[in-house]
Ligand binder design. Sequence first.
Ligand code: 5GP
Ligand code: MN
Length: 342
Amino acid sequence: MSTSSVLPPQAVHIAELLRRRDHVLVAAHAHPDGDALGSTAAMGWLLRGMGKETALYNATGAPEFLEWLPLPCPLHTELDHLPFRPELLVVLDCGDAHRVGEALAPLLTQLPCINMDHHLGNPEFGTLYNWVEPSMAATGQMAAAVARAAGAPLTGALAEAVYLSLVTDTGGFAFGNTSADVFRLAAELADGGLDVAAVRERLDNQWTLPRMRLWSHLLRHFMVRREGSVALAVAARADLEACGARKEDMEGFVEHLRRLRGVRVAGLVREDAPGRCKLSLRSSGTTDVRAMAAVFGGGGHRNAAGATLALPLAEAREAVLAAVDAGLSAQDGDRPRPHGGE
Ligand code: 5GP
Ligand code: MN
């Protein structure tokens, strides 16, 4: 028996809570990545297997690069047209309640809510139960544990969804969160008949020309600061439009930027609307970017964090450079220095 078959008590408890309700709404953070959508799908397949009335919700829907993922039922983007009134909410991969989006957030306090997440600093907003486990590599890993607790086989579409979560949040089994349990779970999915190569083929080699053009633009224009330890790219709406690209085409770029030798913090500031920007930060090892994102009210993990800034692009860029500089100085135990020039 592998150690991954030792069930966390929280997973057992959640499986029991699911058994007691019949109408369940499953949601994850807006602008879902592979873990948010993968864990949504995995919980959906599990609930369907348990014979529950299930609805899936995501404020912004599925991005094009994940449209291939099989879902057990439609993914709703509006709450008005749900097929039933939910008795229970399962909220996945949301480090904060507001990440589900403006429409659903108020309901989180009005309905019994299970909060399953792996983000450090999650305020445990679940009104019925909270399972917040930062040592989990992906929320999909937690969903797999609940499935196991419920006695569901980790095969078929459920396995595919869990695998997508794992691949996404471990950077293809490469980040520091790739624990032995992650490998054991992946092995179990493969044992269950999962076509690993088919999933990868759907994820890779699918770049559109606008995406390639946007990355090319960002790679030509990113800035390097603090003796090469900080790399920051800035994407104006006009840049996206010029390339014919969409927000989701930037997925993965900040990880790419982190590859530059000597870079400790890689960042991407994306203009979402005039006066509103989205920040993504990545680091390696002990460098903590969550603390830097927290300056702007954001959060995430030590090596991957983000925030939304209510600032025009140029000001956001300067504020981010200052926060990263101050964060590195504080973490290194030295005094802040001006971030200008190389
Ligand atoms: P990304 O840069 O890919 O959007 O997000 C990186 C990590 O930071 C993810 O774990 C994500 O959940 C978290 N994150 C991104 N934006 C925010 C935010 O505005 N608030 C919080 N609390 N976490 C965020
Ligand atoms: Mn996640």
